[in-house]
Design a protein around this ligand. Structure first.
Ligand SMILES: [Fe+2]
Length: 179
């Protein structure tokens, strides 16, 4: 279950309804989707070859079908990150700075965890996402993403338009004026 950290409260927001409502008010869609039991052996492996990734993607295909029927998602892929991946820090450095995309950023975390930072409606807050969290961040939303101390995540990414996936970077000082 996602946890939300804001400057307004000492304790994180972690009750399902409160998490969903907080994010909805910020324009972010959140769902909690339990993984099937049949996916668990592959989910427990740190590294996956292409065939294993495809097998795992197929085990979540019902989610893709559900999303395709509601939205215009056209493709999906999977990212598997762990400390053994060559160039992990350089890869992560592209996304841990304030940026936005012209396509939605849609992620289904199927294993591991990570942290999104947002600046929406003049408020900065962080959302820790972990296994079974689905999050859909609208296009043009100011955000960053980083891994936590475990440095492990498996996530399915859903795309409407792959060309909208390039990050557009923003200076921290400009955040107050961009909404
Ligand atoms: Fe991003």
């Amino acid at each position: 279950m996602a946890e939300i950290f804001t400057s307004k409260s000492k304790d994180p927001i972690s009750k399902p309804e409160e998490v969903r409502n907080f994010l909805k008010n910020k324009g972010i869609e959140y769902r909690f989707w339990d993984a099937h039991a049949q996916s668990k052996p592959l989910l427990s492996m740190d590294s996956l070859n292409d065939g294993q990734k495809e097998e795992l993607l197929l085990s979540f295909e019902n989610r893709f079908e559900e999303l395709k029927s509601e939205y215009s998602y056209k493709s999906r892929d999977m990212i598997v990150l762990n400390p053994e991946i060559p160039g992990l820090d350089a890869m992560l450095a592209k996304f841990d700075k304030w940026h936005y995309h012209t396509d939605d950023e849609v992620r289904y975390i199927i294993d591991g965890s990570g942290i999104f930072g947002f600046h929406i409606q003049g408020e900065k807050f962080e959302v820790k996402v972990s296994q079974n969290d689905f999050i859909s961040v609208p296009a043009n939303t100011n955000h960053w993403f980083k891994l936590d101390e475990n440095k492990k995540i498996k996530a399915i990414r859903y795309f409407q338009d792959m060309s909208g996936w390039t990050p557009v970077y923003i200076n921290e000082s400009d955040l107050v004026t961009i909404q």
